[in-house]
Design a protein around this ligand. Sequence first.
Ligand SMILES: Cc1cc2nc3c(=O)[nH]c(=O)nc-3n(C[C@H](O)[C@H](O)[C@H](O)COP(=O)(O)OP(=O)(O)OC[C@H]3O[C@@H](n4cnc5c(N)ncnc54)[C@H](O)[C@@H]3O)c2cc1C
Length: 361
Amino acid sequence: MMKKPIVGIIGGGLSGLVTAYYLKKSGINASILEARNRLGGRVHTHYSEEEAPVELGATWLGKKHVHLIQLLEELHLPIYEQFMGDLAIYEPISTSPPQLVQMPYNPDPTYRIKGGTSVLIQEIKNALDNTAIHLHTSVKSINKRNEKIEVQTNGLMRTYDAVVVTLPPKLWMDTISFTPALPDPLVDIAQQTHTWMSESIKVALTYKKPFWKTTQSIGSIFSNTSLISEMYDHSNFEENAYALKGFIGGGYANTTLEERKKRILEQLSRYFGDQVHDYINYHEAIWKHEQYTHSDYDGFILPHQNNGHSIFKEVQWNGSLYIGGSETASAHPGYLDGAVESGKSIAKKIIQNTQSVNSDI
Ligand SMILES: Cc1cc2nc3c(=O)[nH]c(=O)nc-3n(C[C@H](O)[C@H](O)[C@H](O)COP(=O)(O)OP(=O)(O)OC[C@H]3O[C@@H](n4cnc5c(N)ncnc54)[C@H](O)[C@@H]3O)c2cc1C
């Protein structure tokens, strides 16, 4: 194809950053256009000095997530096992009180990244040094003109040889216009591709004392009947800052923050008593309200529907428009591992299409 293309990457989430990272390793510089005022997309760790880092987005990985693990090793980022303790609080039905159940041995535990998932975003950003990263830059349209691609943003128009779109498919479908139009089969699939976790509500309370694991070793809560459906110990790696973090039903997106907080505390106080009110801070993220993650579906859609569909692998516009992002990945689409796999495989395709560049991916 071309000599060292000028590449524009739309979206500065994990997938876009990984694409830029592997391109850079092969000597190709890319620009990243990111709509939010921060990098990371669905990776978003809240940091404050007196609290445990709180994951408002992605948290866990497993040993099967080989692309992610390889990248973490390459960047020297340690992981640690999620504390599950000996016991879980379980509420199966509303007519019986919560039970304490023994946690079975788990041969395939989950892990967290030491320091928080956003450490991965920061490390990739550091490795990108002089890569141009444009925050507050929301892409509106992508247009092919002769051999170039013009990208219209909320500010400038930018021109590239190749463009990688890393937004969730449903989101680019609804918010970015393409000229010439993308093929109908791709558009139809993108319309019906689930964006993993985009309807979820994350909630967390940070504490000075981990009362759930001091007298008894409780690591998690599962309820079929109350607003918190799952909750886990969310203390930091060093075990000197503590938190509980979990999910509440998506239906609570339209109640007020005060109402959600009140009901969460009521539920926790049923298990642990008044000490739950001695929290440092309450945190929440309603992903459904995030315009740069979620776009409403027209009808019913299954979790992970069309994630990893083979149509996303087809490079458009004569080899100059690449469709990336976690939902398009071949391995674990929708997950962090998928974001890494997608970023890596698209970088590889661009490198293969470029003369005189050797890939070490
Ligand atoms: C609450 C929650 C919990 C999760 N938990 C886990 C977990 O425990 N383990 C796991 O493996 N995965 C988890 N995930 C999924 C994981 O976060 C994603 O798979 C991964 O972060 C996706 O990365 P991405 O780069 O493909 O997409 P995104 O992170 O969505 O990145 C897309 C980027 O595009 C930007 N953007 C959007 N519109 C525009 C525009 N018009 N112009 C420019 N930029 C734009 C966005 O701001 C964003 O930065 C979770 C996700 C959520 C929301």
